[in-house]
Design a protein around this ligand. Structure first.
Ligand code: HPA
Length: 237
């Protein structure tokens, strides 16, 4: 048990999928895992463990933003020994060629600050995804026929952004999309020698101002869960 995860060590699998929304964790676990059981309810940040194709998997909500994700990822890594952590979430598209519903695999994540800033101080550390996970997720996504983009994303601290100039620079530098968690997940994975990846669906668009219709959200989220599971258990390439 930790402060934020009320589970025994044996309740958490080495592979953890992390949606921001705890109810998405519940839906994904009930839809894709078998022998599913709820392993965390502390603060309503639901977590579930079950089996996928014979492999144990935990799906634990991370909450929104890097301070929240950092709490769960730190405890999963340090107290529960999670080895593979995959964020599954939504992002805002930042390039015209990136469409609503497309999948973005975040190779790296730029950010103004993360909870790790106190360590890096003046250093601009470049957080990056695990290449094996990234390559396997790319193969899984392509085989599902989902339009997929691989590249840099922007992990922002705010949803309601008052700095349009920063978004403009991100767009100008080819950043594919904006979300609020991946950079810190990658920092923590690097620090502790774990594998991490963010698989994102474009749910809204900062340039075209389109948004994913509510009825399409479940299908898009399901695609991400399957891509993440296939990547996590892909044979080492
Ligand atoms: N900004 C930040 N986070 C997001 C967005 C966005 O537009 N869309 C989905 N997550």
């Amino acid at each position: 048990m930790t402060i934020h995860i009320g589970a025994e060590k044996a309740d958490i699998a080495p592979t953890v999928l992390m949606p921001g929304d705890p109810y998405r964790a519940k839906w994904a676990a009930e839809t894709f895992l078998t022998d599913t059981r709820c392993i965390n309810q502390v603060r309503g940040m639901l977590g579930f463990t079950g089996t996928w194709n014979g492999h144990p998997v935990t799906i634990q909500g991370s909450g929104m933003g890097m301070p929240s994700l950092s709490i769960y990822a730190n405890e999963l890594i340090k107290d529960f020994d999670a080895q593979t952590l995959i964020r599954i979430g939504s992002c805002g598209g930042m390039q015209k060629h990136v469409g609503i519903r497309d999948v973005i695999l975040a190779m790296t994540a730029s950010t103004l600050s993360t909870p790790s800033r106190g360590i890096f101080k003046e250093l601009n550390f470049a957080p990056c995804a695990d290449y094996g996970l990234l390559a396997a997720a790319h193969a899984a996504s392509k085989s599902k026929g989902v339009p997929t983009h691989v590249g840099g994303i922007y992990s922002s601290d705010v949803f309601y952004d008052e700095r349009p100039d920063l978004n403009e620079q991100m767009v100008r530098h080819g950043i594919l999309g904006v979300e609020m968690e991946a950079a810190e997940l990658y920092n923590l994975a690097a620090r502790h020698g774990r594998r991490a990846l963010a698989v994102l669906t474009v749910s809204d668009h900062l340039i075209t101002h389109e948004a994913l219709p509510a009825e399409d959200r479940e299908k898009s989220f399901g695609d991400m869960v399957e891509i993440a599971l296939q990547a996590a258990f892909a044979p080492a390439g």
